[in-house]
Write a protein that binds this ligand. Structure first.
Ligand code: GRF
Length: 204
């Protein structure tokens, strides 16, 4: 069984998709062991508590640098014996030392078809506003490995979503979540759990 940590900053609907997948039996080889929030008031924390998952709050403002923040996060993850880290709406950019340490074991969900509308500054509604401004007819979501390049790691899964002529950033964000993010994130986590446990229980 792989211990999974989910890192959040906001509403936590992607976390909820993972909790629901686990409840439905779709994550047989993974345990949602820890939720870490960068914000004390994130609704995601309530979702975690309701599901009986251990929670922690680590606020960047409480640390002098991103390296110090990453050290504290590493200590938490190590203590909880975490095997896989899922960034689900986590709004903190982690330093290279951290992404290298956990290389191949950190994934992120991004609400566009990478390489479109991604990278520094593309988060939340801005991603969907950019897609509407460009006039694309198809957008979607991507689950990818996390490296020091923002949204630049290898792609694991993608799913396309149609843009409607009357879409606003808000309606598009909602459809991308429902039709893509909440579908491919649990699927990608299940795939990685399989990958990491297939070698007779040994982690590579
Ligand atoms: C999602 O759109 C995710 O792709 C992005 O931030 C949003 C987080 O939503 N990285 P939630 O907190 O999971 O509801």
């Amino acid at each position: 069984m792989l211990n999974i940590a989910v890192l959040v900053s906001g509403g936590g609907s992607n976390l909820q998709a993972l909790i629901d997948a686990k409840t439905r039996g779709e994550l047989p080889r993974g345990r949602l062991a820890l939720v870490v929030s960068s914000k004390a008031r994130a609704y995601a924390l309530k979702r975690a508590e309701a599901a009986g998952i251990q929670t922690a709050v680590l606020r960047p403002a409480d640390y002098p640098s991103s390296e110090h923040y990453a050290e504290a996060l590493t200590a938490l993850l190590t203590e909880a014996k975490i095997d896989l880290i899922v960034l689900a709406g986590f709004l903190v950019v982690l330093p290279k030392s951290f992404t290298q340490r956990f290389a191949g074991r950190i994934i992120n969900v991004h609400p566009s078809l990478i390489p479109s509308f991604c990278g520094p500054g593309y988060y939340g509604l801005r991603v969907h506003q950019a897609a509407l401004d460009y006039g694309v007819k198809l957008t979607g979501a991507t689950v990818h490995y996390v490296t020091e390049v923002v949204d630049g790691g290898r792609i694991i899964l993608q799913k396309g979503v149609e843009v409607h002529p009357d879409d606003t950033p808000e309606t598009l964000q909602r459809r991308v979540m429902e039709e893509a993010e909440w579908v491919i994130l649990p699927k990608a986590v299940a795939l990685l759990c399989d990958k990491f446990t297939n070698t007779e229980g040994e982690l590579p």
